[in-house]
Design a protein around this ligand. Structure first.
Ligand code: CA
Length: 220
């Protein structure tokens, strides 16, 4: 799951990005309002964390623009503006939630999960293929009736493969699902995650389609 962080404060930005990555999200970080509007228009994110006081363009203006254009991207405001009037303005402009700085990182992650749950609650949040079930919001995996414990990166790889079960997913797409911009990607890291997934689940579950990518096999 890919998350956009819009935050110009380097210390807060670093902490939020690290916390989200630790929580298993692929994270991109932009530091001003102009870049934020472009990144959101890209349409690759499942959620954005949006600061309001930003260079070049105010966060509230960005949010209003997204909603005016019909954009449904879940947006959680993170800001130091803590008056009731500010909160009301943010929520009325279409924010899904509003968190005042300084905040606790665990609370931020819980709010992120809650926003994602509300958005996915409209459809079926779980993905099932054969005996494999992946719950993207709860970050849980079940195989043949038992819960399987995965690392955050392993989970991100499996989730990307399960978006279109049975379809071949390229290695680049898997890397996009696991790593944010500027994150160091070691050349064989996806293979390492796949190796662990096969060991924890079942070796035949993930097939290598030579020269193209990987796909999930249906195992009951
Ligand atoms: Ca700011």
């Amino acid at each position: 799951m890919r998350v956009l962080v819009v935050e110009d404060d380097p210390m807060i930005g670093r902490a939020v990005v690290a916390g989200l990555r630790h929580g298993g999200y692929a994270v991109d970080w932009v530091r001003d309002g102009g870049e934020a509007a472009l990144a959101i228009a890209n349409g690759v994110y499942e959620l954005a964390l949006l600061d309001l006081g930003l260079p070049r363009r105010d966060g509230l203006e960005i949010l209003k623009n997204v909603r005016r254009g019909g954009g449904k991207l879940p947006i959680l405001i993170i800001t130091a503006r803590d008056s009731v009037a500010d909160r009301i303005a943010g929520l009325d402009a279409g924010a899904d939630d509003y968190l005042v700085k300084p905040f606790n990182l665990e609370e931020l992650l819980a709010r992120v999960r809650a926003v994602l749950r509300r958005h996915e609650g409209r459809g079926c949040p779980e993905m099932t293929y054969g005996a494999l079930t992946v719950d993207p919001v709860g970050h849980r995996v079940f195989f043949q009736g038992a819960e399987v414990d995965l690392s955050a990166r392993e989970f991100a790889v499996l989730e990307a493969l399960m978006k279109e079960p049975g379809a071949v997913v390229s290695r680049e797409r898997l890397e996009d699902a696991v790593y944010g911009w500027g994150e160091e990607v070691e050349s064989n890291s996806i293979e390492v995650h796949l190796h662990h997934l096969r060991r924890k689940l079942k070796p035949q579950l993930i097939r290598n389609v030579r020269g193209v990518g990987y796909r999930i096999a249906r195992i009951v």
